[in-house]
Ligand binder design. Structure first.
Ligand SMILES: Cc1cc2nc3c(=O)[nH]c(=O)nc-3n(C[C@H](O)[C@H](O)[C@H](O)COP(=O)(O)OP(=O)(O)OC[C@H]3O[C@@H](n4cnc5c(N)ncnc54)[C@H](O)[C@@H]3O)c2cc1C
Length: 554
């Protein structure tokens, strides 16, 4: 690219700037070695100034005595306890800049990585319920066995209100039993899978044993209770963290509220200016508003619908095998005129007519004409990454889902949609993988799960919210998912892939079938949905890793 503009810098200015920008000459450059709050303040000034970013950094930060820039950046670079002092020192000055020039979105200009370790799955799900601005990563139940003990104890959350109650002993006995069963079944199940699917000569030992291990842990994850401790890493911007902190403060679970306070404490050391409102009276009021309206709505719902529980019908399904469909997927809402909406949205950006005029035109088109527009727009999709464009966001689908918690945990991670769950419960029964039946190990699995249901019910009589920690991932949960067609392409193609877990693969496949039944023309380009069933899901992915590493060696 030829630069048409270049900031004139003296040699000395260049010397000062150079550590903080990736180049001094070009019109595209990145910032580096700057504290988050400085980057945020710098960008917020950018929006109100005719100066270049390098010039603002020099004049208003590096050279401005009130900014104490050298001192602050020096302390931060020194990588010692001075860092905290430096950030606090930066606060007063940068807050003035942020408040003076910024709006709420300024807090999106700085971010933080935060690790939350040893938290329950209830807390992990609360963190991952974020959509815009937060990117979570969680320890996998497929690649990591969850049976390691610390000081002789399995790693699950000992919920304080339960531990202080008469249920403490039973709680620990039930959860120990779940983890014992999980641990005991790993070896026989892994042996059974190996007998069932022996290694062929073209598969490496590494690929095969990884695939077997993944399969075994996938099959057993249903035994893990929501109390299972895990690790979640979050990267997010300040604004998203602020909202997350408010939501955590509104949680009915004490663990989640305490976790919010801990996260706040750590963010105060890295991006304090961006998250401080969560801790103010305003933040407290917001959290109160969220928790109060949620509680009131819950009471009203119980008053209105309390007698109309679907419990009876669902309990009949208490044990179902993966060979049958374990999930209920019901498309409950879709647009009758979806095709018109999508086709009109395709034409819209290339025309100067109003949307209404284009819709009227599309209504008059024949099916062949609409198909020509759709197929031209989607073009040749060579991979699932070639996603159709925004016109596919013109129509939405609402699904009512009932599936095992394991599948919910996975699908919940999709952010470009609305998802809302009901509470974690044992009321809808659990799923037994067909492999456990075939290997004659299902009896142990069932026994531990049945006991967990009894304990959940018993604790639930006294401590409704806390009892949810006992619920194992095999039990089913009901949730609602509303997504547009573009996201449906992404989710269905990604989640039906061979290497996915069978329980969410079934859901993705069923979502595809149901959308196809009402809008065949709109899913005609979903070429990468995989409707097959596999024995060793992870094997092909492991074989690809082998092929890549042997190519790299050659
Ligand atoms: C086989 C498999 C194994 C997995 N293993 C793990 C695991 O071990 N641990 C774990 O934590 N997760 C795991 N996941 C979940 C995965 O990390 C994603 O969270 C999940 O697949 C959601 O995908 P997504 O972000 O593409 O979808 P969505 O959140 O639905 O987003 C749709 C698309 O929008 C865009 N988008 C959305 N949000 C952002 C954003 N913040 N920034 C930029 N672009 C965005 C992206 O293009 C994205 O593909 C696994 C998923 C699969 C399929």
């Amino acid at each position: 690219m030829t630069d048409f503009w270049q900031e004139e810098l003296t040699e000395q200015e260049g010397y000062f700037l150079q550590p903080f920008v990736t180049n001094l000459e070009r019109s595209v450059f990145a910032l580096r070695n700057l504290p988050e709050v400085v980057k945020g303040a710098l960008f917020s000034r950018y929006s109100r100034s005719d100066k270049s970013l390098r010039r603002i950094l020099l004049d208003e930060f590096i050279k401005a005595p009130e900014a104490s820039f050298a001192d602050i950046v020096g302390k931060i670079a020194s990588n010692n306890t001075d860092q905290l002092v430096a950030i606090q020192q930066a606060e007063a000055f940068y807050n003035r800049v942020l408040i003076g020039y910024g709006d709420d979105s300024v807090a999106e200009l700085g971010g933080a990585h935060i690790a939350c370790e040893g938290i329950s799955n209830i807390a992990a799900k609360a963190l991952e319920d974020s959509r815009l601005g937060i990117s979570p990563l969680e320890k996998s139940t497929r690649y990591v066995p969850f049976n390691r003990k610390i000081n002789g104890h399995y790693r699950y959350y000992r919920e304080p209100s339960i531990m202080a109650s008469s249920h403490a002993e039973r709680y620990e006995a039930t959860l120990d039993d779940l983890f014992d069963t999980y641990t005991t079944l790993i070896e026989p199940l892994s042996n059974w899978v190996q007998t069932r699917i022996p290694k062929d000569i073209n598969t490496s030992e590494r690929a095969y044993s990884n695939a077997i291990r993944a399969k075994t842990l996938d099959l057993l994850r249903g035994l893990l209770p929501m109390a299972t401790l895990t690790n979640v890493g979050l990267f997010g911007n300040g604004r998203a963290f602020e909202y997350l902190l408010v939501k955590l403060a509104a949680s009915p679970h004490k663990e989640v509220r305490v976790l919010g306070t801990s996260i706040q404490q750590e963010l105060e050391q890295t991006i304090p200016s961006f998250v401080k409102r969560a801790k103010t009276e305003r933040g407290a009021q917001y959290a109160h508003y969220l928790s109060t309206s949620c509680e009131r709505t819950k009471l009203l719902t119980q008053k209105l619908l309390g007698q109309k529980s679907s419990l009876q019908e669902d309990l009949l399904l208490e044990e179902i095998s993966y060979s049958a469909s374990t999930a209920t997927v019901q498309l409950v809402e879709y647009d009758q005129d979806a095709e018109v909406k999508v086709v009109a949205s395709i034409l819209y950006p290339h025309s100067d007519l109003t949307f209404e005029q284009i819709e009227a035109y599309v209504i008059g088109l024949s099916t062949t004409e609409r198909v020509e527009i759709l197929s031209t727009y989607v073009g040749d999709r060579d991979s699932r990454f070639h996603r159709p464009g925004r016109a596919f966001e013109a129509t939405y689908y609402t699904f009512d889902l009932l599936a095992d918690l394991g599948a919910y945990r996975d699908l919940h991670r999709h952010r470009v949609m609305t998802q809302e769950r009901q509470h974690y419960t044992v009321n809808h029964g659990y799923a037994v993988p067909r492999e456990l039946e075939a290997s004659n190990l299902a009896e142990f699995y069932r026994k531990a799960l049945d006991r967990a249901a009894e304990t959940t019910a018993l604790i639930g009589k006294d401590l409704t919210d806390a009892a949810q920690y006992v619920v194992p991932f095999a039990y089913r949960i009901r949730w609602r998912m509303k997504l547009n067609l573009r996201e449906a392409y992404h989710l269905i193609e990604l989640r039906s892939q061979r290497q996915g877990h069978p329980s969410y693969r079934q859901i993705a496949q069923e979502m595809y079938r149901q959308i196809k039944a009402v809008h065949p023309a709109l899913v005609a380009y979903m070429h990468f949905v995989d409707l097959n069933d596999y024995d060793l899901e992870r094997l092909a992915a492991e074989q690809r890793i082998d092929a890549i590493s042997s190519r790299a060696k050659n």
